[in-house]
Design a protein around this ligand. Structure first.
Ligand SMILES: Cc1cc2nc3c(=O)[nH]c(=O)nc-3n(C[C@H](O)[C@H](O)[C@H](O)COP(=O)(O)O)c2cc1C
Length: 207
């Protein structure tokens, strides 16, 4: 049985365009994996707090030395990490807000980058520990940036995921969503066609 983690980051929660593309992906993927498990995490409905000195200190404290508050912070982070560990496939709804990722996603990233848990340092540099998973990123934007030097978001997300060992990452872009109805409809149709193709590739051969 496969497990898919759906991570929504739109400030509109399930009503966001990126969230609806993520839903479309999950629906199509489920038809090829009927007995799969889907874990849904919505960062607007259930925001991850900012990383603070106290919280980061909890991650660094030796287990035996943790206070109750530190243990609670570690348990919370461990819960987020365990969803990533359980997932074979991760679907990330990713709007662009003010040229970057939603701040809720940055807070989430700050809680799942854990030395000794999701990555470790070696003499040859860092090694990501979340390996063998596939990530699909459904990236929605009002303007058009993909493939240009102005698209810092894609490079950042790819670098962060790769740092954790998530190197098999596929982006689907729906861009120009604020550039008129025609551009929006065409972009969404292209994104949905890509989703249909990618989820077909994911179907088990024997299904
Ligand atoms: C606060 C905010 C900031 C935005 N900033 C940008 C931006 O910098 N560049 C861009 O192309 N679109 C920008 N947009 C448009 C969104 O990227 C676009 O509407 C996207 O579809 C939102 O996805 P969502 O509906 O899943 O939240 C912004 C939208 C909001 C609400």
């Amino acid at each position: 049985m496969k497990t898919l983690l759906k991570l929504n980051t739109s400030l509109y929660a399930g009503a966001g365009v990126s969230a609806s593309l993520a839903d479309e992906f999950v629906r199509a993927w489920k038809s090829g994996h009927p007995r799969s498990e889907v874990i849904a995490r919505d960062l607007a409905a259930d925001p991850v707090p900012h990383l603070t000195e106290e919280r980061f200190g909890a991650f660094l404290a030796r287990p035996a030395d943790r206070t109750a508050a530190q243990q609670a912070a570690v348990d919370y982070s461990d819960g987020l990490v365990s969803e990533l560990e359980r997932a074979d496939v991760i679907v990330l709804g990713l709007p662009m807000y003010n040229f970057g990722v939603p701040s809720t996603l940055k807070a989430y990233f700050d809680h799942v980058a854990r030395a000794g848990v999701t990555f470790r340092y070696t003499a040859n540099g860092s090694v990501g520990l979340l390996t063998g998973k596939k990530v699909y990123v459904l990236a929605t934007r009002g303007g058009q940036y993909a493939g240009t030097p102005h698209d810092h978001e894609t490079a950042y997300v790819r670098q962060f995921l790769g740092f954790l060992g998530l190197t098999d990452v596929e982006f689907v872009f729906a861009e120009g969503l604020a550039m008129g109805e025609e551009a929006k409809n065409a972009a969404l149709a292209r994104a949905k066609a890509s989703i249909a193709e990618l989820t077909r590739e994911e179907w088990p051969v024997a299904a």
